[in-house]
Each structure stands twice: as C-alpha cells, then as structure tokens.
Design a protein. Structure first.
Length: 110
C-alpha cells in the first residue's frame, strides 16, 4: 500500500482521520505502543498523500440507504459510497466491506 501511495494520491473520507486516531489510542491503551509512538505514527500518517473527501450532510440519507442495501455499518458505507461516487478501487482489509464492494461493482485493491 505504501508503494502505491508513493505513485498515487489516495482518497479517504474525513472519518478516516478519526479511525486512525482511535486505532492508535486503543493500541496505546492496550500497551502495544507508547504514547510517543502513537504520536509519531499519527504524524507519519498525516504526511501520506491522502486527499480527504468531505461528504455534505444532505448525503446522509443516501449513506444510510446504502448501509441497509449492503448490510454494512454506516461507517463502512461511507467508504463504499466514496468508492462508488469517485469510481475508485477500495482498499480495505475488512472482509464484509470488500464483499459488499464487489457486489456493487467496486474493485477491491489487493
């Protein structure tokens, strides 16, 4: 993935930032990393060429509908919606999200 990011710009929903911060915080709380390492990782991730996509509030009904149709959480539906709207492949390790993406015709990056 890092090699791909060296050659391309990725697009992620603004939610991605919160998820990254939460993953690092949970790793810190579980003693897997130090607070300093969490801060360093967060700073390093912020330097990656990732364009943040801002979704208008008026789009929430469509996200909810997509979550229902795809049997996903609303959070995961935000990623699928972004891939659909921008016609981009989806990068995920989440099996359910990847399967839903494929059902909706979205390519899933290996």
């Amino acid at each position: 993935m890092l090699e791909q990011l060296r050659r391309n710009i990725a697009v992620a929903p603004e939610l991605w930032l919160l998820e990254i911060c939460n993953v690092l915080l949970m790793a810190e709380r579980r003693g897997r990393i130090t607070p300093e390492a969490a801060a360093e990782n967060q700073a390093a991730l912020m330097t990656l060429p990732i364009l943040l996509d801002s979704m208008p509030d008026s789009h929430l009904p469509e996200i909810s509908a997509l979550a229902r149709r795809a049997s996903l959480t609303v959070y995961d539906a935000v990623y699928l919606d972004l891939a659909l709207r921008r016609q981009l492949p989806l990068w995920t390790l989440d099996r359910e999200l990847a399967a839903a993406a494929r059902r909706f015709g979205v390519a899933v990056a290996p």
